[in-house]
Design a protein around this ligand. Structure first.
Ligand code: ADP
Ligand code: MG
Length: 694
């Protein structure tokens, strides 16, 4: 249970004054629905009222604070639409304060004639006079405390004003209870960091532009708290898994030897290393949970297949889950000959299987007449029972998040788990997302791969590119054409892709196909399948081919508005060509002129085909939030930690979490208690549940 002391933070934001249901909905959109979401939303800007010029010197369009004498209130206006005016002055000149829909009694109290007042806001010159409409603040110079010199500005959303949001956040911060310190005092001292509450208050009280940086001591402290919560949660998940012992899976090597002999190539050293890791894990009595990272085309699939054979050799079954139907079919096809050679019985199960066929497959599976089952998420429906499932391989799974891993950690018999991803993830990111898993990386490509020639070409040369596609497809090669991702909106994506589809059909005829994210699964699969079978020469797509099909005849990849894609995404797309032995190319069509970052990014892509290098560069150039993007929502979202700059803090948090797990694995000491609160604070409730009560 969440410690009661945190309850005020987990209240709905409507408990804050000035936040009714309507405002709450807006704030929820900008920051989140609970008080804690507000305290963890750092200011994005700052209003500085410390600039104090004279009336004559005050520039337009900038916030100024003026000390003026109130000379005279004009007679109240006759018409409702006319403003109420007050003439003020200082030694340099006159200023007219202007109020629409004003309440005279209020203005007379706030700005009595003959008195001095501070007014803060923006000046404009209007008909030869200096005026300020609706000052943000009016204060007595004797009581300057009534006007804040600095005000933080928070991310907003349409309909939400800065003042309302600020007032809400200020109250939220004030409601933050003092909490027992969860950080090591020596560490705090070494970093010169303050306590949690002090740091929080400081982070919300910027007084200069520098104070908005994620590198201030206060921001670093909270970012570190967040990273520690993340790493500790992962360490707890990992420990829970170790406790839930797996089984020893040890084959006799006979199927693997047969298969390797039947392979038309030798395994690369990287593949051998990965297999060695995997076999060791499978043989151990602990449960394997391993991430296999490797670029598209690096040869993960055969590694997965051989791993599954080890399970089959030991008399058990294995399953491979692909993200789409067509990929599942491709896996089945690519293994078919090898499986035959080894005498292994493989079957496929997807959403398409219905009724009698499905029933028949399920009973064979339960009887143990299927050794390896390939499929989509349909594999994990409740009524799918294996006789003895020992290994699950999950392919290309970005969305296999911590939550699902916790769920699996809780579930019945515990098969070993191998997760494969073709998205090279920067080290820091993979520590936060997959810190509970062992890692293997395939960093070497199979020999003889021809590099993909990568060129950046401006949109103005579109006709040349279309001519090139015509030439290449006339020789029997195939092309991918990826259409721009516009503000992640399906609708706009679609128009662009459809227009391109029509215009290419005019030039290339009927051998052009279109797939997009709004098509139904079967429709999409049907088009992809036609491309895969060679019936289509050009496949136009929104990014759905990112996890795409393997078409060895595809030698040209065109990416429109390449400047709008993430580097890792571009790299991923490029990996779709160059799979056969022909020379391939990737054309990055861009809209000139390119910004500096866009140019740097396209250059990285031209210079290297190493996905890991590209991933690190992407992180450096764009920051973590963008690298992860919407497509990879399985990644933890950080509120304050920024992996592009807080990498060093992450490493420290990882060590810290390890140490905590050694010294106080059940979080029972007084620091342990405080750390439980930290986990709740950053919504790592899942992990706390893995602890025994106490
Ligand atoms: P990934 O799954 O990592 O994208 P694949 O396993 O699909 O890559 O491999 C891509 C291609 O490379 C396949 O055609 C596969 O048969 C081939 N391949 C895999 N390993 C090797 C190797 N060691 N030597 C030569 N070719 C290989
Ligand atoms: Mg693959």
């Amino acid at each position: 249970m969440r410690p009661a002391i945190l309850n005020p933070l987990f209240a709905d934001i409507t408990v804050l004054s000035g936040v009714g249901p309507k405002i709450a909905a807006l704030i929820a959109r900008a920051a989140g629905p609970r008080v804690v979401d507000l305290i963890l939303t750092p200011p994005s800007g700052l209003i500085d009222r410390s600039f104090r010029p004279t009336i004559a010197d005050a520039p337009e369009h900038r916030i100024v604070t003026l000390e003026v004498t109130v000379d005279r209130h004009h007679a109240p206006p006759k018409g409702k639409r006319l403003p109420y005016k007050i003439i003020c002055s200082d030694e340099s000149g006159f200023l007219t304060l202007v109020f629409f829909h004003a309440r005279q009694d209020y203005l007379q109290r706030a700005l009595p004639e003959g008195e001095k007042r501070l007014v803060s806001g923006k000046i404009e010159d209007y008909g030869g006079a200096r005026q300020m409409a609706h000052p943000d603040y009016i204060a007595d110079p004797e009581k300057p405390g009534d006007m804040p010199l600095f005000e933080p500005v928070y991310p907003l959303t349409a309909g939400l004003t800065a003042a309302v949001m600020r007032k809400a956040v200020t109250q939220a911060v004030a409601r933050t209870p003092a909490l027992a310190e969860w950080q090591e005092p020596t560490w705090l001292k070494a970093r010169k960091w303050q306590g949690w509450k002090e740091s929080l208050v400081a982070a919300h009280s910027p007084e200069a532009q520098e104070d908005l940086s994620s590198m201030t001591p206060a921001r670093q402290r909270i970012a570190y708290d967040e990273l520690l919560a993340n790493q500790l949660a992962l360490a707890l998940i990992r420990k829970a898994r170790v406790k839930s012992r797996g089984r020893v899976i040890k084959g006799d090597g006979r199927l693997i030897a047969k298969t390797r002999a039947a392979l038309p190539f030798d395994l690369t050293n990287a593949q051998k290393d990965a297999l060695k890791d995997i076999f060791e894990d499978m043989r151990a009595s602990e449960r394997m949970v391993r991430l296999l990272q490797g670029d598209v085309g690096s040869g993960k699939t055969i590694v997965a297949f051989l791993s599954m054979l080890a399970a089959v050799e030991s008399g058990a079954q294995a399953a491979l889950m692909a993200p789409t139907e067509i990929l599942a079919r491709q896996h089945l096809e690519s293994f078919a000959d090898l499986a035959d050679a080894a005498g292994v019985r493989m079957e496929i199960l997807t959403g398409r299987d219905k009724g009698a066929t499905r029933g028949e497959k399920l009973s064979r599976l339960k009887a143990g007449d299927i050794d390896i089952l390939v499929g989509t998420h349909a594999l994990f429906q409740d009524d799918v029972e294996f006789r003895d499932l020992a290994l699950v391989v999950i392919d290309e799974q970005h969305r296999f998040g911590v939550r699902q891993r916790v769920a699996l950690a809780h579930k019945g018999p515990k098969p070993d788990l191998l997760v494969m991803t073709a998205t090279p993830i920067p080290r820091t990111l993979s520590l936060t997302a997959y810190g509970d898993m062992e890692h293997s990386r395939i960093t070497e490509k199979p020999p003889g791969r021809k590099p993909v020639e990568t060129r950046a070409i401006p949109m103005s040369r579109l006709d040349d590119v279309i001519a090139a596609v015509k030439r290449v497809t006339a020789q029997g090669d195939q092309a991918y054409w990826v259409c721009p991702l516009v503000e992640e909106s399906d609708v706009i994506d679609l128009t662009a892709a459809e227009e391109r589809f029509e215009s290419l059909k005019e030039v290339l005829g009927e051998r052009v196909g279109l797939v997009h994210g709004r098509m139904s699964g079967p429709d999409k699969d049907a088009v992809m399948e036609r491309f895969y079978r060679g019936e289509l020469s050009v496949l136009i797509a929104t990014t759905v081919i990112e996890v795409g099909v393997n078409a060895p005849n595809a030698t040209i990849m065109i990416i429109e508005h390449a400047e709008r894609f993430g580097l890792a995404q571009l790299h991923q797309l490029r990996g779709r060509v160059g799979r056969g032995d022909k020379k391939s190319s990737c054309i990055l069509l861009y809209k000139a002129p390119l910004g500096e970052t866009a140019e740097a990014r396209l250059k990285v892509l031209r210079d290297t085909e190493d996905g890991f290098v590209i991933a690190e560069e992407d992180l450096r150039l764009r920051g973590a939030g963008d690298v992860l993007g919407a497509a990879q929502s399985g990644f933890p979202q950080f509120r304050l930690a920024d992996l592009a700059v807080h990498g060093e803090l992450l490493a420290a948090a990882r060590d810290d979490a390890k140490l905590i797990m050694e010294r106080d694995p059940e979080l029972k000491t007084s620091r342990g208690e405080a750390l439980r609160a930290l986990l709740y604070l950053f919504s790592r409730d899942d992990a706390v549940k893995l602890l025994s009560a106490g």
